[in-house]
Each structure stands twice: as structure tokens, then as C-alpha cells.
Design a protein around this ligand. Structure first.
Ligand code: PLP
Length: 401
């Protein structure tokens, strides 16, 4: 008998499973709207020019392959927190933001979960919005936190359930940890407005809740880094001791390079040093130290004036292409007399749209039209382009009729 004979088969990953079905489909019209990765006008993966140039600069400097420190490349982490908090941020100016490089956004969340599990003195519970990115629950559960939820999405309006959200925040135990998507909420594409963020910040303060921001899409939502960081920067300006996970997977297209950062606002440089010493103790037994190449690329772009500007323009281009697809899809669905209200396609933000398509409808689209999306009706807008959007709209329209 094999040692592992009692290991049960786990369920397939709901998102990566969509990609597998797509790969197996041989129809030339097939469209993959499952995975959250940017695609260009021709449906192809896109390597940013700023990234290629940074790689050339790095290659010509003939760099070594030594280990990074446990908390990563300082040129990268310093620039990453500037991007998130803003150069003029008070805790940055006071040198009180503790930070470590991470294995992209997922790794940042995992370090954050582990650190809070070990040192957050008031609670071991984290509240997630419903719905949230599917990986949040296992990440925090495996970090040793208890996961609970708060209301976020209203199926009826296909928008934010702001009243439900506020009520749930107000009913949480004091000082509990709450996770917020900083911008471009995944999977719904529904974000609070700046005014609503201000109200949320006030409630968080009143209840002394502890805000954990997952910022996986900075720049990707609006094309503007500052605008997408509004929530984080507002909370910091209100004196909240936030923690932030950052990913450069989407906004630099560095998906497989695994570049991210986890940071915490602390009281002063002395406390920051203590916190960073403990971040090292969290990281060291997990993976010792982070990967080098992607962090070098990100640091080169973030610290080089010309490349930074070029990157900013490329992020704007990606965001704008997605926004233009939202408008085209909306116009098509309306022109085709599709039953229902489709305004949410235009108002939703970021990589994804929560279409409102039902699970049976998504199945029909896969089987009959070779169009693949997650069963909750979420589509990655980046998978749409000038060549496939008419085919896509027609089939959505038909399946709804
Ligand atoms: N957080 C959210 C909300 C996401 O959507 C994602 C990726 O899809 C991540 C975090 C982490 O991504 P990565 O680990 O690739 O940076």
C-alpha cells in the first residue's frame, strides 16, 4: 500500500481550470476570459517596453546572482512604498514604514497574515468582503487567522451594498482586522467612491478596526497611480496604522516574476526596526529570501525618470484599452436589444467585470460558443479586443434572450 493512498483528490482551482478547458478547445473563435492577465489588441500576452528596456539596462551592467537580504532589494522596497503611500506621505517622511519584498501579492498577503497572526494583539479574525478574490480565504486560514465576511456586493443593483457594508463594519467586534481591496475589487469590479471611502475610514476609526489593504491593481483601475491609491493614502492621512500588500504582477506585467511588497505603518523608526526584525523571522523559515530578477526590473523602472514615465504611459494604455472595451461591450449589448440593464459593464473598474451572467449561462457560452469565464459570470475585460468583441457580445446577447 502506498503511503499516500488515503490522500483525497482536491477540487480543481476554479480559475486555472477555466484555462485548461480553453487550451483543450480547438475552435479558432475561442476566447479565454478566465485568468486575470492583460492581453493586447490581438489577445496576446504583453511585455511592457519599459520592462524590456529595464532588462537591457540590467543585462548590460553584468550583475551577479547573489542572495538578496531576507527583506529583499532595498532599492525596490523603498520605491514600492513611495508608489503606494505617495512621496509626501507623513509616515514615509518620518521613516516609520516597515517593509519587506514579497513573492508578489499573494506572498505579501501570506506574510501579512502570518505577521498579524503572531503579533496583532487584539484579534485573530480577519473579515473579507463577499465576494472576494478566491485565494484570500485559504491564504488567511493557512496563516492561522479565522476568516469571516462582511457584505460588499449587491446582486440586485450589480453594485456596492454600501448600507450593508457600513452596518457590518459597525457590528464587528472592536479592533478586529478588516481586509479592503484598495482598488479594482476582484471579482466584482465595484469600488467605493472617494466619498464612501471617507465614510468607511470614519467607521473604521470609530470602531478601532484594523485596516489591511490588498493593492494588487494600482494604476490598472484608472490609469493613474495616485487615484488608485486614494483609499490607502486617505486612511494613512487619517492616522490609521494600515498594512498594505502590493503586487507588480498586473501593473508591470511581471506575473511570473513574482514581485511584491508587504508594508506596515509603525509609530517611529525604532518601532519600524523592531517590526522589520520580526518580518525577517517570519520570512526566513518560509523561503529564506525573495527572488532577484523581477525586483531588479521593478527597481530599475521605479528609480529611473525616463522609464518611470514610459511605464506610467503603458499602464494608462492598458487601463484605457480595457475601459474602451467596456464601452464597446455596453454599446453592443444595448444595440442588440439584450434584455436587462448593462450600465454596470461601464461603471465597473479594473481588470474584471461581474457581468451578472448565471452559472448555466456561462456553461452554455463555453459549450456552444467556445467562450470561457469563471462560473460566477466574471470576465477578464483584458481578454476582449477589436477582433473578438462583436462575436462575444452577440453570444452573450443570445444566451440572455
Ligand atoms: N489580490 C487580488 C485581489 C488579486 O486579484 C490578485 C491576483 O489575481 C492578487 C492579490 C495576487 O496576485 P499575485 O500574487 O500574482 O501578485
Amino acid at each position: 500500500l502506498s503511503t499516500w493512498s488515503a490522500v483525497p483528490a482536491g477540487p480543481p482551482d476554479p480559475i486555472l481550470g477555466v484555462s485548461e478547458a480553453f487550451k483543450a478547445d480547438k475552435d479558432p473563435r475561442k476566447i479565454n476570459l478566465g485568468v486575470g492577465a492583460y492581453r493586447d489588441e490581438h489577445g496576446k500576452p504583453y511585455v511592457l517596453n519599459s520592462v524590456k528596456k529595464a532588462e537591457n539596462i540590467i543585462a548590460s551592467s553584468n550583475p551577479d546572482k547573489e542572495y538578496l537580504p531576507i527583506t529583499g532589494l532595498a532599492d525596490f522596497t523603498k520605491a514600492a512604498v513611495k508608489l503606494a503611500y505617495g512621496t509626501d506621505s507623513a509616515p514615509l517622511q518620518a521613516n516609520s514604514v516597515a517593509v519587506t519584498q514579497s513573492i508578489s501579492g499573494t506572498g505579501a498577503l501570506r506574510i501579512g497574515g502570518a505577521f498579524l497572526g503572531r503579533f496583532y494583539p487584539h484579534s485573530k479574525t480577519i473579515y473579507l468582503p463577499t465576494p472576494s478574490w478566491g485565494n484570500h480565504t485559504p491564504i488567511f486560514r493557512d496563516s492561522g487567522l479565522e476568516v469571516k465576511t462582511y457584505r460588499y456586493f449587491d446582486k440586485k443593483t450589480v453594485g456596492l451594498d454600501f448600507a450593508g457594508l457600513k452596518e457590518d463594519l459597525k457590528n464587528m467586534p472592536e479592533k478586529t482586522i478588516v481586509l479592503f481591496h484598495a482598488c479594482a475589487h476582484n471579482p466584482t469590479g465595484v469600488d467605493p467612491t472617494p466619498e464612501q471611502w471617507k465614510e468607511i475610514s470614519d467607521i473604521v476609526k470609530e470602531k478601532q478596526l484594523f485596516p489591511f489593504f490588498d493593492m494588487a491593481y494600482q494604476g490598472f483601475a484608472s490609469g493613474d497611480f495616485a487615484r488608485d491609491a486614494f483609499a490607502v493614502r486617505h486612511f494613512v492621512s487619517q492616522g490609521h496604522q494600515v498594512v498594505v500588500s502590493q503586487s507588480f504582477a498586473k501593473n508591470m506585467g511581471l506575473y511570473g516574476e513574482r514581485v511584491g511588497a508587504f508594508s506596515l505603518v509603525t509609530a517611529d523608526p525604532e518601532e519600524k526596526a523592531r517590526v522589520e526584525s520580526q518580518l525577517k523571522i517570519v520570512v526566513r523559515p518560509m523561503y529564506s529570501n525573495p527572488p532577484l530578477s523581477g525586483a531588479r526590473v521593478a527597481a530599475t523602472i521605479l528609480n529611473h525618470e525616463g522609464l518611470y514615465t514610459e511605464w506610467e504611459n503603458e499602464v494608462k494604455h492598458m487601463a484605457n484599452r480595457i475601459i474602451s472595451m467596456r464601452h464597446k461591450l455596453y454599446d453592443n449589448l444595448v444595440a442588440q436589444g439584450t434584455p436587462g440593464e448593462w450600465g454596470h459593464i461601464k461603471s465597473q473598474i479594473g481588470m474584471f467585470s461581474f457581468t451578472g451572467l448565471t452559472t448555466p449561462q456561462t456553461k452554455i457560452l463555453a459549450e456552444k460558443a467556445h467562450i470561457y469565464m469563471t462560473a460566477d459570470g466574471r470576465i477578464s475585460m483584458a481578454g476582449l479586443n477589436g477582433h473578438n468583441i462583436d462575436y462575444f457580445s452577440e453570444n452573450v446577447s443570445n444566451v440572455v434572450k
